[in-house]
Design a protein around this ligand. Structure first.
Ligand code: ADP
Ligand code: MG
Length: 399
């Protein structure tokens, strides 16, 4: 038997920082990492969620809208978001009582404000995550890795999803095929063949998870609610068939991977257009339909694009806390004879901390010059070391 090579990361403490397409808040996780066999072991020591200050969230959402934005606004938001990220780090470190000098690095995803995947031959890809990592390094005194997506795009990739290698290193099973299904604003899946299998890992965005539901509820309530807590409204609604048919027909669902998406396709403009076209549909019915779309599109993608249905599906992200969505997904997956649907917490990982944890792992890989993308997932020409490293000034007062 060939002895497996350990992953040569520096063992110790890292911090992962993430704010996803939902723009609900910053997730921070303090993570202990070490290599184990041909994978990694990660334990989350602390997890902290910090909501974006409402005014800043409003400005972030405005800058993501298709209307033209002044460059000065992006410039300032790049700084302000970095300050929030740094503040979140300082808070979690203090709360957890961890000595800052023991943290090897921060991996910060930043806040995506625009994601335009390549659509050859017309458009080469571009993506922009703000929250400058040099500012985070300066304000925390901790080495900070950021800007994870552009290098993959430079090689023709989608720049997303970037968690598949992390999923592979942390969650590959010896015998079973697994799907790690993240339910954030967008839903993304990593298909993991058993350890040692010759089949390649696959990963892509299946479509919206919460994004369209969040947009419907925000618009219907004039911003009083930003999400449908525990799916209560959706549970009271009925699927509105004409709307469902319209959404199902969207080309994204019928596109083979690699593929990635974001607010550009499934955000507020889509919700507005649908509410205009289907004027008399109630908020609960809009939500029931959007929830159905999420469960349907995930299952359709498994059926259409995976080499075989997974034996186990592991859910993470905010949508994994929505019991109505999880139930519906379970029912759909039964059609594929996939009966094992579990929350990632059963594997020792806090569901909402999973993405932050992933960027801590990617930082550890980058520091050792280990490539962090999987070309089969992103479509890049080859594996590449992701991100840029900002080193803090030594010997200064740290906030
Ligand atoms: N208890 C809950 N019930 C229903 N939806 C929830 C619940 N908790 C979180 N969510 C959904 O999860 C979203 C945030 O998930 P998250 O994984 O942070 O996504 P992102 O990575 O896009 O920020 C919220 O916007 C909301 O729609
Ligand atoms: Mg979030």
């Amino acid at each position: 038997m060939v002895k497996s090579q350990p992953i040569p990361i520096r063992a110790g403490l890292y911090i992962g920082l993430m704010s996803g397409t939902s723009v609900d808040g910053i997730d921070a996780a303090i993570v202990r990492l070490r290599s184990a066999g041909d994978g990694l072991k990660a334990s989350v020591l602390a997890h902290h969620q910090q909501a974006w200050p409402p005014e800043l969230r409003k400005r972030l959402l405005a800058v993501m809208a298709p209307a033209k934005t002044a460059t000065a606004e992006i410039c300032e938001l790049n700084m302000l978001t970095a300050r929030e990220f740094a503040g979140t780090v300082n808070n979690i470190v203090q709360k957890a009582g961890v000595d800052k000098s023991k943290i090897i690095a921060i991996g910060s995803h930043g806040q995506t404000i625009c994601h335009l995947p390549p659509s050859s031959p017309l458009r080469s890809g571009s993506t922009l995550q703000i929250g400058d990592n040099t500012v985070i390094a300066a304000m925390t005194g901790i080495c900070t890795v950021g800007n994870f997506r552009p290098a993959d795009m430079a090689l023709g990739g989608q720049g997303a999803p970037l968690v598949p290698l992390v999923d592979k290193l942390l969650l590959t099973h010896s015998k079973r095929t697994r799907c790690i299904q993240n339910l954030g604003g967008i839903a993304n899946v990593t298909y993991l063949p058993p350890r040692g299998a010759t089949r390649e890992i696959m990963a892509f965005d299946t479509g919206p998870a919460n994004m369209l539901m969040d947009a419907f509820v925000t618009l219907s309530t004039g911003g009083r609610m930003t999400y449908d807590k525990d799916g209560r409204l959706a549970a009271a609604g009925r699927i509105y068939k004409p709307l469902m048919r319209k959404l199902e027909a969207m080309p994204y669902f019928h596109l083979a991977p690699p593929k990635s998406t974001g607010r550009e396709l499934f955000g507020e403009p889509l919700a507005r257009a649908m509410m205009k076209q289907f004027r008399n549909v109630s908020c609960p019915d809009l939500l029931a339909t959007a929830l159905e779309l999420t469960a349907w599109s995930i299952t359709e993608c498994y059926r259409g694009y995976l080499p075989q249905p997974p034996q186990e599906v592991i859910l993470c992200g905010g949508g994994a806390d929505n019991p109505v969505l999880v139930d519906r997904l379970r029912t759909y997956l039964t059609i594929l004879q996939c009966y094992q649907v579990r929350n990632i917490s059963e594997y020792g990982i806090i569901s909402q901390a999973k993405e932050a944890l992933s960027f801590a792992v990617l930082a550890a890989l980058t520091l050792q010059r280990i490539a962090g993308n999987i070309p089969a997932a992103t479509g890049a020409q080859y594996p590449v070391v992701l991100g840029s490293v900002a080193t803090p000034t030594a010997g200064r007062k740290q906030s």
